[in-house]
Design a protein around this ligand. Sequence first.
Ligand code: RNT
Ligand code: ZN
Length: 415
Amino acid sequence: MAVDRYEYAKKLYAELGIDTDKALDTLKNVKISMHCWQGDDVSGFEGAGELSGGIAATGNYPGKATTPEELMSDIDVALSLIPGKHKLNLHAIYAITDGEKVPRNKLQPAHFEKWVQFAKERGLGLDINPTLFAHEYAADTLTLSHPDKEIRDFWIEHCIAMRKVGEYFGRELGQPALNNIWIPDGYKETPADRKGPRERLKASLDEILSEKISRDYLYDSVESKLFGIGVESYTVGSHEFYMNYAAKNDVLCLLDSGHFHPTEAVSDKLSSLLLYHDKIALHVTRGVRWDSDHVVTFEPELVEIAKEIVANDALDRVFIGLDYFDASINRVAAWVIGMRNMQKALLYALLMPLNEMKSLQDKGDFTRLLMLSEELKTLPFADVWDHFCEINNVPVRNTWFDTVTDYEKNVLSKR
Ligand code: RNT
Ligand code: ZN
């Protein structure tokens, strides 16, 4: 039955000049970096305190992972329900130190060996992020831009340590890792001096990135932000700051879709950045009223982001990662929903007659262009997606949720 539906969908898309088999083949090779921190509300394994830095996970849904074994097991369940082979995005606080308290500036690749083992066994890639929050040295909401050199140096060392971890991931797994630097630095009130902190941040980044590491193993990115809770008036690492830093220093600009004014769209920024940068990175998330990090849903801006990646022929130039943390629903389901939605959006984009649409735009035939983009919305896209799930041996439609329900009943609810 499902095959017939796919064959029919294939025929309809073929009438628009779209080869659905080719689209599925392309989609199969797109890796999305799944953020480990959805599994435990960004807690990590340091056994330390509260989340800080102007970000917050809200909710108290039972079953959160509290050990590496639990988190790995939850990730396995999620991955079994997501078509394709992907990457896993780690943070420094997920180092596995077997009870030993290792200061963040002293972390070594060895503390991530178990993750490498995990990734190897599953054919995954790995990415890394230094963790510059939830720490006593981040208590002032200042890290790499702190006026105190000792604090800055601690975080510089930490970021350098994570670059080494990323390099190690790249070497071991045969695909480059992304090391993404995000800092919470900013002020609650209007600062007297906006320049000083930015000068310090620039100098810190220069030091962190001074050692050249082969891009066979590692890419570095810098992530901007608009504001955070408690730091509403000034953000040191603003978009302008990092976009210029990235352009001048040959590092990647990472755009988080929750880090801009609510009416500003990341989708519109991609073509500009891709004109000037070989590669860029994304944190795909969904902000509701603020940078709330809700689960990624299949909504127009997500499709527009995917369309821009495809239209710019940039599937191999954009590191796509997810970044949200919802503690109010089943965390495994949160991963699966977001990952599958990202893939659906990419598939939707791959099934668009973009060349024809471009030429309609250039000819000024906006009536036909509008008609076409609207008619695309009711083509049997779902049948192509279902087929993709089927040929990649993951449950079709809502049936994946049975696995999550069983896992919750048998494992999560017993934690
Ligand atoms: C915070 C940034 C950052 C974090 C993760 C945990 O606003 O988006 O990327 O969400 O590093
Ligand atoms: Zn982010």
